[in-house]
Every structure is written in C-alpha cells, then in structure tokens.
Design a protein around this ligand. Sequence first.
Ligand code: PMP
Length: 381
Amino acid sequence: FVDLDSSATTPVSERVLAAMLPWFCEVYANPGSPNPEGERAKAAVMAARESLAEFLGAEPREILLTSGGTESNQSAVRSALRSRPERRTLLLSAVEHSSILGLVPDLEREGFTVHLIPAGKDGRIDPAEVASRADNTTALVTVMYVNNETGAINPVEEIGEVAHRAGALFLCDGVAAVGKLPVDLRRIPADFLSLSGHKIHGPKGTGALFIRKGESFHPLMPGSQERKRRGGTENVPGIVGLGEAARESREFLVEGPEKVKRLRDRLEETVFSLYPKARRNGPEQASRRAPHMTNLCFPGIPGEKILLALAREGIYASMGSACSTGALDPSHVLLSMGLTREEALSSLRFSLGRRTRPEEIDRTLHALGRILGQTLTRRVS
Ligand code: PMP
C-alpha cells in the first residue's frame, strides 16, 4: 500500500527496532534495582534522555519520559494549573489536538474559564490574538508548533513571549513538528513542549515532555521514578527506541525534509492541474508550512468518496486526525479557519513520510486523475 497518512503514525524503523531488542529479554532489569543489571538499564534510560535533550536543544534533566503525546500534553496542562492556582483562565488555540481540547469539558466543570483562540484563514494562530486575550488571570497559553491537519507552522517564538508578558505559562505541542523541522528550545520560549515516539519512527506508547528548568512540575502519576515526576517502572525498551528515533530524526533533518517537500509539491501542483477548483487549506508561503503535508479541498466532491476510492487502490490518505471521534464530523481545524461544513467535508490530508517514494506519488496522481475524472463525468452526465 501507499502510506500518505504518516501524520497518523509511522512504522518503527529497522534501526530503532535493533536498538530496542536487547532490552526486552537480555537486559530486562528494573532501572531502579541496585545491581549491575539495574545499573545498565538505568544508563540506557539516561542515554535516551540525553539523545532527546540534544535533539531539542535542552538539558537531560528537562526531559520527562512519558507514554506519548497525549500524556505529555495533559500532564503539562494539569501541572500548569496547579502551579498557578490564583489564575483560573486558559487560552487554547482552537486548532489544538483532541488530547488538549478533550480536557475542556472537565476544566469548565472544575470552574476554569477556557478561551479558544481562532485560527486565521491560513490556519495559523496570530500572536496579536493571543496578546488581546492574555491577562493576569491566564494560567496557561497552549499553541501547537505545527498543526497536524494542515501543516501550518505557528509563530511560537512570539506566542511564547506574549504568554510570558502576561505572566502565563506556555505549552507548545510539538508532536507534529518534531522530526519534520528543526525544533530548538533555545529559541522557543516554551515552558513545556510535548513529543510522541510513534510519529518519528519510534515505538507507540512512548513520548516525552520538555519541562523548562526552574519550572515546578506536579505529576499526573506520583511515584519515585523520573526524579519523582512520574511513577511507574520505566518502559526501558520503548525509551531506548525513542532515544534512537531522536538520533535518526536528527540525521534525517539534514537533507530529508527538502526531498519530502519536492514530492509534496509535485503532488500538489499536479492535483491543481487535474482539478483546477482544488484549493489548499493552509498557508501560502513555503516557510510557513511543514514540508511533508498538504490539506486539499476538492469543492463539490465529498472527501470521503475520494478517500474510499483511493483506499480501494491501496492508497491511504485521511480526512484529518486519526484521533477524532466520528470520521464524518467536519474537522474542527478547518472550521476554525473559516471553511464551511461542506468545504471541510470535501477536504483531504495527504501526509508524506521519510519513506515516501516518487513512484508512490505517481501512483497516487494516476489514481486521483481517474477518480476525479470519473466524478466529474458522472456529475456532467
Ligand atoms: N498532538 C498531536 C498534534 C498529534 O498529532 C497527536 C497524535 N495524533 C498527539 C498529540 C497525541 O500523541 P500520542 O498518539 O502519542 O498520544
């Protein structure tokens, strides 16, 4: 099959798998055990932490190892609210992932006020919109680095500064950015940044949360591990895999994104020539878009129809996040950008990956040509 849904997940790479294997059966010790085997496991966890820190421009002690993007996001939100108890408001971008927006009903029941910051037409969050809402009641501002449905890159450097000027903390969901473009926490003034292993050819159920040095952290699961920041015996093979995935991603970032971008651009340009009414949902400028993704609206054609027709040919794209409930709901991201329900339901996300080959783009374009041609002929006759 042709996988144009790499934003949903990626396969574990051979290199990551090889790094993980010895830690299942050969060295299986608990990193907390005071014996040489335990020491080895502990050192492996530390090496992974160092790899992640280096990858992100952080210090090892700023990296909390978690079960993935969802846990990282939710523990950051909960911690921020506990460390700013006098502040009862949150500013969340309206295009955040469901792992953040899904908290809203609970937060409101608990008496917090949540303001959603709408996206602009291009899917980006304007720092001025954040500035106009942030004040001395704001505990936390949350804006993702790259949107996982459109690939729009947010100006998180400025947004972080705006949050701090109001005395609020800044959480940046980096899940869709890490491994796709350089993420340097010396430049981004985030207090928290989340990432997920399975989006970067690491194992599912692994991830990390960057917590800036000096910022207090209130654990979601108290316990002795992770310097008392997360209870539970460490997932040693998973953590080793995540560390290796970070190393491999770092190498990929040298030349990989440009290659992926060329394929993405060819896909887009050919679609526009096949179906001139097609439009891109997302920023115009290349510098404001992650290189691996395009979200396209085919006005007048239900996206589901194209998606199913592609799937019949073994080509997998998507209509938005794999984490949304009810596949037929229009995407909250596209609605926030001002698309109508119909336009949102006529839109598809194509997310390329490290392994996408030029022939796969050719195959997709041929299939799309046939599918769009048939749909158009049927509508004319
Ligand atoms: N944030 C974003 C932007 C995502 O795309 C995802 C995964 N779909 C998550 C968070 C959640 O990550 P995980 O699957 O590791 O819980």
